[in-house]
Design a protein around this ligand. Structure first.
Ligand code: HEM
Length: 367
C-alpha cells in the first residue's frame, strides 16, 4: 500500500511539474510575441503613414477608413509627401509631389505599367483595350487612337453631337423646372415632356446653341478655369495605382521594390498647400489666370486629373468640349438649387462617384 501511495504521489507531482512547465513555456512564448510586436511598432515610431501590425500590416486602419479613403490618404499627405501603406500581400507607396509623379509617369515610364494585378481585375470589363494593356499591345492601340483623336472631322462631328445632346438635356430640365421636380443629375433620369409646351423656350435655347462651336467655346476661358478647378479638387480618377517592375529610387530618395505598387493621388494632390498654396482646399477658378488675365495651365505632373506623360488621357480636349458645350447652355438658361440637406459624398470606386447622387431642383433664368 505504501508503495502504491509513493507511486501515485510521484505521478501526481510529475504531472503538476508538466503543467507548470507548460505554463512557463506559454508565458515565455507570449512574452516573445509581445516583445516582437513592441519592437515592430517601436521601429515604426518615425515612419510616416499608417503604422502596421505584423502579418496584417495596416489593413485594419484601411478597412476602417475605406468609405473615406481619399480623405484618409489626404490626411497622411499633409504630414508627408510620400508614405507607404503595408498590406498583407503588397506594399503601396503613395506619392503627391510633382517630381515623383513625373518620374513615375514619364522619366521611368517603362518601370511603372498598369501591372498584372490591375489587368486581371479589369479584364472582364475592359478586355485588352487601351485602358487595360501595357507594352507593345498598348503602344499599337495608342498610336492608332492618337491619330483618330487628332482628326478635325471627328472634332467637328462631336461638336454637333454634344450640342444636340445638350439641347435634349435642357429640354428635360426645362420640363422639370415647370413641374418643380427634383432631378438626380448623376442618374440617367428621364421625365416625359411634351415638346409643344416648350416651343418658345426651345427656340431660344437652339438659337443660343447655334453660336457655340469649337472656336467660340475656346474663348470661354472662365468656364474653362471653372471646370479645371472642379477637376483639381474632384478628379474623376481620384487615385491611380501603377505596378513596379524593378527596384527603383524616387527623386525624393524613397526606395520602391519590384512587385510593389506606386500610386499618385490627384484628389489629395489638389488639396496640398505645398502644391497649390495656402488656399489649396478652396474652390477658386481665379487661380488659373495670370496677371494679364489669361488662362495659365499648370504642369500635368501637378494637375494630374488627366494623368500625364505617354499615357495622358487622349480624350481631354473632347471632354472639355463636351463639358463646356453643356455647361454654357445649362448655366445660361437655368439656376440650380441643391436639395436642402442632400448628402454629397463619394463612394469608393475607381472613378469619383457620388454615393447618393446629386439631387437638384432648377428654375429657368428669364434674362
Ligand atoms: C473629365 C473627363 C475625363 C477625365 C478626368 C479623364 C481622365 C483620364 C485619366 C486619369 C486617364 C488615365 C487612366 C489610367 O491610368 O489608365 C485617362 C486615360 C484615357 N482617357 Fe480620359 N478622361 C476624361 C474623359 C475622356 C474622354 C471623353 C475620352 C474619350 C473621348 C477619354 C479617353 C481616354 C483614353 C483613350 C485613355 C487611355 C490612354 C492610354 O492609356 O494611353 N477620356 N483619362
Amino acid at each position: 500500500m505504501d508503495r502504491l501511495n509513493q507511486l501515485s504521489s510521484l505521478f501526481s507531482s510529475s504531472s503538476s511539474n508538466l503543467h507548470e512547465y507548460k505554463i512557463q513555456i506559454s508565458t515565455f512564448l507570449i512574452g516573445i510575441l509581445f516583445a516582437y510586436i513592441f519592437l515592430h511598432r517601436w521601429n515604426q515610431r518615425n515612419i510616416k503613414g499608417p503604422k502596421s501590425w505584423p502579418i496584417i500590416g495596416a489593413i485594419i486602419e484601411l478597412q476602417m477608413n475605406l468609405h473615406r479613403m481619399h480623405d484618409w490618404l489626404t490626411d497622411y499627405f499633409v504630414e508627408s509627401k510620400t508614405f507607404r501603406v503595408q498590406l498583407p500581400n503588397i506594399t503601396i507607396t503613395f506619392i503627391s509631389e510633382p517630381a515623383n509623379v513625373e518620374h513615375v509617369l514619364k522619366t521611368n515610364f517603362n518601370n511603372y505599367p498598369k501591372g498584372e494585378a490591375f489587368h486581371e481585375l479589369m479584364e472582364g470589363f475592359l478586355g485588352d483595350g487601351i485602358f487595360n494593356s501595357d507594352g507593345e499591345m498598348w503602344r499599337r492601340q495608342r498610336k492608332i487612337a492618337s491619330l483618330e483623336f487628332a482628326s478635325r472631322n471627328l472634332r467637328n462631328f462631336s461638336t454637333t453631337v454634344f450640342r444636340d445632346y445638350a439641347l435634349i438635356l435642357s429640354g428635360i430640365l426645362h420640363q422639370a423646372s415647370i413641374c418643380g421636380k427634383e432631378i438626380d443629375m448623376q442618374a440617367k433620369e428621364m421625365i416625359g415632356y411634351k415638346p409643344e409646351d416648350l416651343e418658345s423656350f426651345t427656340a431660344k435655347v437652339t438659337q443660343f446653341a447655334s453660336l457655340l462651336n469649337y472656336d467660340s467655346l475656346a474663348k470661354l476661358s472662365y468656364l474653362h478655369a471653372t471646370i479645371t478647378e472642379t477637376l483639381r479638387l474632384f478628379s474623376a480618377v481620384p487615385q491611380d495605382p501603377k505596378g513596379v517592375l524593378e527596384d527603383d529610387v524616387l527623386p525624393d530618395g524613397t526606395k520602391v521594390r519590384a512587385g510593389g505598387v506606386v500610386a499618385y493621388v490627384p484628389y489629395a494632390m489638389g488639396r496640398m498647400v505645398y502644391n497649390w498654396g495656402p488656399d489649396a482646399t478652396s474652390f477658386n477658378p481665379d487661380r488659373w489666370f495670370n496677371k494679364d488675365g489669361l488662362f495659365q495651365s499648370e504642369s500635368p505632373f501637378k494637375f494630374t486629373a488627366f494623368q500625364a506623360g505617354p499615357r495622358t488621357c487622349l480624350g481631354k480636349d473632347s471632354a472639355y468640349l463636351q463639358m463646356k458645350m453643356t455647361l454654357a447652355i445649362l448655366c445660361r438658361f437655368f439656376n440650380f438649387h441643391l436639395i436642402p440637406n442632400h448628402p454629397v459624398n463619394y463612394k469608393m470606386m475607381t472613378t469619383l462617384t457620388m454615393e447618393h447622387g446629386l439631387k437638384l431642383t432648377m428654375t429657368t433664368r428669364q434674362s
